[in-house]
Design a protein around this ligand. Structure first.
Ligand code: NHW
Ligand code: EN5
Length: 387
């Protein structure tokens, strides 16, 4: 039933295997000399095209492809609407490879019909360092679906990654394919319940008038943590140390360089928000919170066209309870006019979600490795957020 995935170095089933089989690659070892030097063949009329995402015109083409054809919820009511600035942020971290950002063009106007991306990441899994590609934004235009074009994009990105002597990848997907390393769940904290109900994102609980529902979900107008302020350049060193120290508690996590922390966590308007807690007396920083901006198009509503969504990113709490820190993230998101705050049940999130009035979503996020064998992980053993 998985003609493509059955041909790939991914596990086929959760087998009770010898512990000594874990923490190694699935495929036979290869070298760059074994990698096919020429790109995979595309159907007639289509060509490979690298995308310079820093170029406004090309970024706009990727934006148009994704806003019209990328991920929707199960009932096709919402579709992700990653902004151009967001895509540029996500796809050009320190050390990115320009040939790992590419697509397929075709037709009379040489239009973009497909896209896939990879960025290099340094992962640590059960104590072992593995250099991987993080694959994201796989998309095929709706008019070209189910013609196996996605499999060609995947094979081609694999080839381009292999040419860098990298043989493993990490990716997430809502769909279930062979074989998740972890199955995680989306949770949602309503910030604007009235709009969420109007657009069908949530439904009013039985026998609850809107006014009571709104009151139940009301948040304080101001944050409670003393010394909370936006992260700035001079905080990068300490945030880098805090983040890596915190993430090392999880079985699966990234290891960030200082340059990567600057790239991924310094605030960017409309993309990512990070706040640090600066002790008013000592000026020391021991905690921070962050979330990223990923609106969704509302596909079937006459009035409301965009859902403003904040997504829980990386949070470290040493001097403040994690619950209070995340409550402050919710308050900031509300002040910034977000409609809903989303989080996965990864890291230590699960322990706080109920207390903070999150409700379980209808979507799952499966985490995958390409060519790396591990046992299955609980969501709270996962310390990686893919945007
Ligand atoms: S997950 C979001 C993926 N994008 C979307 O869902 C957007 C909307 N959908 C589409 O654009 C985040 C199309 O439906 C896509 C499939 C393009 C999804 N991952 O061309 P065919 C990511 O971007 C398999 C992996 O006919 P299509 C992560 C499917 O199981 N495989 O389908 C991306 C089947 O294989 P099977 C997926 O509908 C990670 C085959 O594709 C998949 O026209 C990529 C059918 O192909 C998914 N999300 O286009 C893997 N969805 O064996 C990276 C479907 O079952 C691996 N399929 O027959 C690592 C590579 C690097 C390694 C380096 C060492
Ligand atoms: C790669 N980085 O299904 C990502 N979203 O729950 C690609 N549901 O928004 C993979 N269906 O539950 C992404 N409202 C996979 C996710 C794809 C998108 C998706 C789900 C996640 C979602 C919403 C809307 C459902 C609309 C009908 C949902 C309920 C919220 C409610 C709030 C109040 C308390 C109870 C829950």
């Amino acid at each position: 039933i998985h003609e493509f995935w059955d041909s790939q170095p991914v596990p086929k089933a959760y087998e009770k295997i010898d512990e000594s089989m874990y923490d190694q690659q699935i495929d036979v070892p290869k070298t760059v000399a074994d990698v096919r030097p020429e790109p995979y063949t595309l159907p007639p009329g289509y060509t490979w095209a690298n995308i310079d995402i820093g170029n406004r015109t090309e970024a706009q083409e990727v934006y148009d492809l994704l806003t019209q054809n990328y991920v929707e919820d199960d009932d096709n009511m919402f579709r992700f609407d990653y902004s151009i600035e967001f895509l540029q942020w996500a796809l050009t971290p320190p050390g990115f490879h320009k040939e790992w950002l590419f697509g397929v063009r075709g037709g009379k106007k040489n239009k973009l019909f497909g896209f896939i991306s990879g960025i290099p990441v340094d992962t640590k899994i059960r104590g072992k360092q593995v250099t991987m590609a993080e694959i994201n934004f796989l998309c095929v235009h709706k008019s070209l679906r189910t013609k196996r074009l996605a499999t060609v994009l995947i094979k081609e990105v694999t080839r381009r990654v292999n040419l860098h002597d990298i043989w493993q990848a990490i990716y997430t997907a809502g769909v279930l394919i062979p074989l998740p390393i972890s199955k995680t769940t989306y949770w949602h904290r309503s910030l604007n319940p009235k709009k969420l109900v109007e657009v069908g994102f949530s439904s009013l609980p039985a026998n609850t008038p809107m006014a009571r529902y709104v009151k139940l979900l009301k948040l304080p107008g101001e944050t409670s943590v003393k010394g909370l302020r936006e992260m700035q350049k001079s905080d990068v060193k300490v945030v880098h140390d805090l983040l890596n120290a915190y993430l090392s508690k999880f079985e699966v996590h990234l290891h960030f360089t200082e340059a990567e922390v600057a790239h991924f966590l310094l605030p960017r308007a409309g993309v990512v928000d990070t706040y640090v807690v600066e002790n008013p007396q000592t000026k020391e920083i021991k905690d921070f919170l962050s979330f990223y901006h990923l609106p969704s198009s509302i596909l079937k509503h006459e009035v409301h066209k965009t859902l403003r969504v904040a997504y829980c990113y990386y949070n470290v709490a040493n001097t403040v309870p994690m619950e209070e820190l995340i409550r402050n993230a919710l308050i900031i998101a509300k002040q910034k006019d977000f409609d809903v705050f989303n989080a996965l049940d990864i890291m230590e999130n699960e322990t706080l979600l109920k207390e903070l009035k999150f409700g379980i979503g209808d979507g799952n996020l499966h985490y995958y490795f390409y060519n790396w064998r591990v046992p299955e992980f609980k969501p709270n053993q996962i310390g990686i957020v893919l945007v």
